[in-house]
Design a protein around this ligand. Structure first.
Ligand SMILES: Cc1cc2nc3c(=O)[nH]c(=O)nc-3n(C[C@H](O)[C@H](O)[C@H](O)COP(=O)(O)OP(=O)(O)OC[C@H]3O[C@@H](n4cnc5c(N)ncnc54)[C@H](O)[C@@H]3O)c2cc1C
Length: 376
């Protein structure tokens, strides 16, 4: 178990994937910071069923000593098909080829398992729940963190508080976000013999990712107005995807209605800078991205592992934050742009879907390896 150190205090806003991974990484590096995570939620958790982690993310987990546990809790997903909603196969990727191109097969893991593995690596009492960060003020000694309870005097603040980040908004007042035009639904299902598949129709998508033992994670997008909510989201989806090929109906039928999440997909303008002296943002707070390439959480893990090692080695948090921004801002900008391009391709008419099949597998895998592969 990590030791609680007597060093200067580092406050982290958010105990999600990136905040927990940063704390776990600092504990692993034997850093002298006293780390304190504040999360507005009442308890540890992460909605959305499961997450696919690419080799770059798995390598980051290895660096913080949790890669083996996450691989053991998850399921490799190297093979898969992309089909149209009329059943035509656009692309088939096999496990060996994907693994050779990426360096390792991506791993799908329940989000709850991932956050528990990360949380187990931080010292007891590190996370305070029901505590929201509202902003910060710089002081001579570092930063005064404004919270939903009392302010906290700290040496430094890391905003790991997701795409609605209060820390990013304090860095950039007036930061704008806009609705991407569709919500994403996610859930877990129990059904036999499911393989990884993405089904594309005009402005609609349905994806299935097996988790082993006849359980699978699924996601769906449909163009509709923001802030909608159906009385019965499963019935709403069954109607939206009526007539789509197997396994859509089976997947929806095997889903627990209480475990379906619906989130409006948002797009936020890129941040011009990620830091302000002893304050920095990481993960979705720094670079939210469209979900279609499954990269946001993985890039958040890469951020966290890198920042932990920089903080453990640098003379000051300011120095670590400057090196972090220099190493990650441009790289993640490329992933944000690639994710937006993937969103445009998915959210397109059928003719564009058919044209996408003309892109050779080798070219596609090279592009995917460049953003999420083990050497990216
Ligand atoms: C439909 C969909 C599918 C996705 N699929 C994948 C995938 O397969 N692979 C992948 O890598 N990524 C995927 N992502 C992206 C991934 O979920 C995010 O990139 C990832 O969760 C970002 O982690 P984070 O720690 O930066 O933020 P979050 O996970 O959002 O965590 C932020 C934390 O901060 C807390 N918080 C928020 N505001 C405050 C505040 N003011 N004060 C205190 N605490 C606060 C929240 O409660 C939360 O615990 C997907 C996203 C969506 C929407």
């Amino acid at each position: 178990m990590a030791r609680v150190s007597d060093g200067p205090e580092l406050v982290v806003a958010g105990a999600g994937i990136s905040g927990l991974a940063l704390a776990a990484g600092l504990a692993r590096a034997g850093s002298s910071y006293r780390v304190r995570l504040l999360d507005e939620r009442p308890a540890l958790g992460s909605t959305g069923g499961a997450i696919t982690l690419w080799p770059a993310a798995l390598a980051a987990l290895d660096r913080i000593g949790t890669g083996a546990d996450v691989r053991a809790a998850g399921h490799p997903v190297g093979a898969g098909t992309v089909r149209t909603n009329s059943g035509r196969t656009l692309r088939t990727l096999d496990h060996d080829r994907t693994t050779a191109a990426l360096g390792e097969a991506p791993v799908a893991v329940r989000r709850g398992a991932l956050v528990e593995i990360l949380h187990a690596r931080v010292a007891p009492g590190t996370v305070t729940f029901d505590a929201a960060v509202r902003g910060y003020e710089r002081t001579d000694g570092g930063v005064r963190v404004l919270t939903s309870t009392a302010p906290i005097a700290a040496r430094a603040l890391v905003g790991a508080d997701g795409y609605r980040s209060r820390v990013a908004r304090a860095l950039h007042p007036g930061l704008a976000e806009r609705y991407a035009g569709y919500p994403a639904w996610r859930g877990l299902t129990r059904a036999a013999g499911l393989d990884a598949v993405q089904l594309w129709g005009a402005h609609q998508e349905f994806g299935v990712v097996p988790l082993g033992d006849d359980v699978a994670y699924w996601f769906a997008t449909v163009r509709e107005p923001a802030e909608g909510a159906a009385d019965d989201e499963l019935a709403h989806l069954a109607a939206a995807f009526r007539g789509w090929p197997d396994p859509v109906a089976r997947v929806l039928a095997g889903t627990d209605p209480d475990a379906v999440s619906r989130n409006d997909v948002m797009d936020r303008q890129p941040l011009r800078r990620w830091r302000d002296g002893p304050v920095v943002v990481i993960g979705d707070a720094a670079h939210p991205m469209r979900p279609h390439l499954g990269q946001g959480g993985g890039q958040a893990l890469v951020d966290a592992a890198l920042l932990a090692s920089l903080l453990a080695d640098a003379g000051s948090p300011e120095e670590a934050f400057a090196a972090f921004e220099a190493r990650r801002r441009r790289t993640t900008g490329r992933v944000v742009r690639a994710s937006r391009a993937a969103a445009r391709a998915v959210d397109a008419p059928a003719a564009v879907h058919r044209l996408s099949a003309l892109v050779p597998d080798a070219l596609l895998l090279r592009a995917l390896a460049a953003i999420g592969g083990s050497r990216s």
